[in-house]
Design a protein around this ligand. Structure first.
Ligand code: HEM
Length: 169
């Protein structure tokens, strides 16, 4: 787990202390429920309308509405709000939940491109909050890429899994 975070920092350029500066303030109290709904709506509207078919089709097994709800409930919970995501979906287990998808460096780049634009389009988000959120998203995107690469490599060498298997966010 720590190795994945270290790898995520190397590949994203975001130090862990910056990635987790979201924990120094309560962004849910600062920004409110509706702002997170708006951020996720802005983000997934861009994703589902992406002219880059290779990226858009990664999301083709989800409806836009469910993807928006999954994301804003996760963000609200992670940013200090009520545990809506956990109550409905259980533990986030982000690496495991992303295992069906092609989470490559290119996909992380495109995901972050849309997220940065969505943050800019969500005018309720002040610049300090935007920086904290974007650092967290960037680090986590590359954490997921590192998790995917690790599990792919383990599969290549016939790794069967054990109690020390890859940790989860
Ligand atoms: C690196 C690029 C990424 C790709 C390609 C990707 C792709 C996906 C896809 C295809 C889904 C399914 C949509 C749905 O039905 O909810 C999903 C779900 C989700 N993603 Fe990502 N994602 C990425 C990064 C991230 C990041 C950085 C975060 C959080 C910081 C994140 C958090 C989530 C959450 C919470 C869900 C809902 C999982 C569930 O409840 O099933 N993703 N992602």
């Amino acid at each position: 787990m720590q190795w994945l975070h270290a790898q995520a920092s190397v590949n994203s350029g975001i130090k862990q202390e910056d990635a987790f500066s979201i924990d120094k303030v309560n962004l849910y109290e600062r920004l409110g429920f509706d702002t997170f709904v708006k951020l996720s709506t802005n983000f997934y509207t861009r994703v589902f309308e992406d002219d880059q078919t290779w990226f858009r089709t990664i999301f083709s097994n989800s409806t836009k509405e469910e993807a928006i709800r999954n994301q804003y409930e996760f963000c609200i919970q992670r940013m200090g709000g009520p545990p809506l995501y956990g109550q409905r979906r259980g533990h986030p287990s982000l690496i495991g939940r992303h295992s069906p998808y092609a989470v490559t460096k290119e996909a992380a780049g495109r995901w972050l491109y849309h997220m940065e634009a969505a943050l800019d389009d969500t005018h309720e988000i002040d610049s300090d909050s935007k920086n904290r959120l974007f650092n967290f998203f960037k680090h986590t995107a590359f954490f997921l890429v590192a998790g995917k690469e690790l599990t792919n490599n383990q599969r290549l060498v016939g790794y069967g899994g054990c109690k020390h298997r890859v940790g989860e966010v």
